[in-house]
Design a protein. Structure first.
Length: 402
């Protein structure tokens, strides 16, 4: 294990995220079918998806702490089984509470075990500081590539075999994360490196330092708005396409374009994070989103508009993750990066809860998403500004008494 190239860990982490994120980011393609089959209504289904967004985030600090203590391999394997079971059971439930249980709790909690905080934390502990941002960009690109791969395949499976078969097949596919977790199954290298760097600090003290640092709060507040934006779009973009009278394939193609473009965006953010202040990257990313949404609102709703919109959004889609992880690593080190990034992703997913849920309420009450688009643009602009006060310099820690 000690002699393995870091690229083995990076490749394994990227592949795992490809599967877990590809699965979660295509849930919106099933919403119309679930509504038709169960009659639950868009608002109720959106609530289940919104709870899943929040649970996915809530799982990250929990599994992050377990990964920091016991190693990420076991955590990822348990999560893979939960994700598979939750997805495979969803087509066979018919009540709102049952749907919340399968789609909103079991599968979402499982996806959280094989997600960003655990994977980036596991790899970052094995790399020097100057390589962490770029490695995070590569891992994040794996998740974006998953969206590109899964979206058209899932739409084709729904059209060719029905949504029930498609969802069960997607759930079964997630079991591939079990063998992919094998390179990350031990924590000896990570523990040795991180404890050599930070020998005297415990998790409780580290969390206390984070809570008292305003920069950590600014970072998480911006990340909250990122979650609102991403969840609203990934959940309700298919519905927006339907309201515009366009083919469902345009929604699937748009999600695929977002995923492919974010491969470029994630890699670019990771590369730029080595060379520029990461808070300035976050400012530019969030501001780009605000401008893109406003331009979309003013444009005619054609297939070309959706594809151009998806391309611009895709470059910034999850490109926030590498600089966010990089700033946390700068401030607090990497010993508990999985836990601290996990709490940041919990804030992200709290925003995602509102993005998914309020989108469903908006279309149920007003018949369109107009107010959600206005809110999305305003929050993106707010996120851009809130990142500017962040202090990137490492915290000067008091010496630990002998």
């Amino acid at each position: 294990m000690n002699n393995r190239s870091p690229w083995i860990f990076i490749a394994a982490a990227s592949a795992i995220l490809l599967v877990t994120m590809g699965t979660r980011q295509t849930i919106g393609l099933f919403i119309g079918s679930i509504d038709h089959a169960t009659g639950l209504g868009i608002a109720a289904i959106s609530l289940a998806v919104a709870i899943g967004q929040f649970i996915w985030g809530l799982a990250q600090p929990v599994f992050g702490a377990l990964a920091d203590r016991f190693g990420p391999g076991r955590v990822i394997a348990v999560g893979g089984v939960m994700l598979a079971v939750g997805m495979a059971m969803t087509p066979f439930v018919h009540s709102e509470w049952a749907l919340i249980g399968t789609l909103g709790v079991v599968s979402a909690f499982g996806a959280g075990a094989g997600s960003l905080s655990i994977l980036i934390g596991a790899v970052a502990q094995r790399l020097p500081a100057e390589r962490r941002s770029f490695a995070a960009g590569i891992i994040n690109a794996g998740g974006s590539l998953g969206q590109f791969v899964f979206a058209p395949l899932v739409q084709a499976a729904i059209g060719g075999f029905g949504w029930v078969t498609a969802m069960v097949a997607v759930g079964t596919t997630t079991l591939v994360t079990l063998p992919l977790a094998l390179p990350l199954r031990r924590r000896d290298v990570a523990s040795a490196v991180s404890r050599a760097v930070d020998p005297g600090i415990g998790l409780k003290r580290q969390l206390g330092m984070a809570v008292r640092d305003p920069s950590y709060w600014w970072l998480n507040l911006g990340f909250f708005t990122c979650g609102f934006h991403v969840a609203f779009l990934v959940t309700h973009l298919p519905g927006e396409v339907r309201l515009c009278g366009l083919s469902p394939s345009i929604a699937a193609n748009s999600l695929a374009i977002i995923g492919l473009a974010n491969v470029v965006g994630s890699l670019s953010a990771g590369w730029l994070g080595v060379r520029h202040r990461m808070k300035h990257l976050l400012f530019a990313i969030y501001l780009t989103r605000a401008v893109a949404v406003l331009c979309y609102m003013a444009a005619p709703k054609t297939a070309a508009t959706f594809y151009i919109f998806a391309l611009v959004l895709g470059v910034s889609w999850l490109a926030t993750v590498p600089p966010t992880a990089g700033i946390i690593g700068k401030l607090f080190g990497v010993r508990y990066l999985a836990t601290l990034l996990g709490f940041s992703l919990a804030a992200h997913q709290l925003g995602a809860f509102y993005g998914a849920w309020l989108g469903g309420l908006a279309v149920s009450h007003f018949g369109n998403y107009a107010w959600m688009w206005y809110a999305d643009a305003a929050l993106a602009a707010f996120a851009a500004l809130i990142n500017l006060p962040i202090r990137e310099a490492p915290i000067v820690r008091a010496a630990v008494p002998a």
